[in-house]
Design a protein around this ligand. Structure first.
Ligand code: SF4
Length: 99
């Protein structure tokens, strides 16, 4: 099992999730985060931290985001780890709150 960041994160990139993760499972891309399936211990701590509800257990990913599980698995390890909160990207397509 693992947890998965879905499309709702794209262009928002809040990093509250990365700050609470006990095992540094989040990896940072320019416009989003992904979760490393080999690192995640399924603790659920990140889920309530996301202002746009972009994180799901892989057993609970909505059908329209199902392909994001494999995207996280494949792509996360290619990017650097992020384990602290930084200012949100909050780009033009992000519908989440201003920080
Ligand atoms: Fe990290 Fe826990 Fe979220 Fe997995 S479920 S990414 S271990 S905070």
């Amino acid at each position: 099992m693992t947890y998965v960041v879905v499309e709702l994160c794209v262009d928002c990139k809040y990093t509250d999730c990365a700050a609470v993760c006990p095992v540094e499972a989040f990896h940072e891309l320019p416009d989003r985060l992904y979760i490393n399936a080999d690192t995640c211990i399924d603790c659920d701590a990140c889920v309530p931290e996301c202002p746009v509800e972009a994180i799901f257990a892989d057993t609970n990913v909505p059908e329209n985001y199902a392909h994001w599980t494999q995207i996280n698995i494949d792509e996360a390890p290619k990017y650097p780890i992020i384990s602290q909160k930084i200012p949100a990207l909050h780009g033009p397509t992000c519908t989440g709150p201003e920080e």
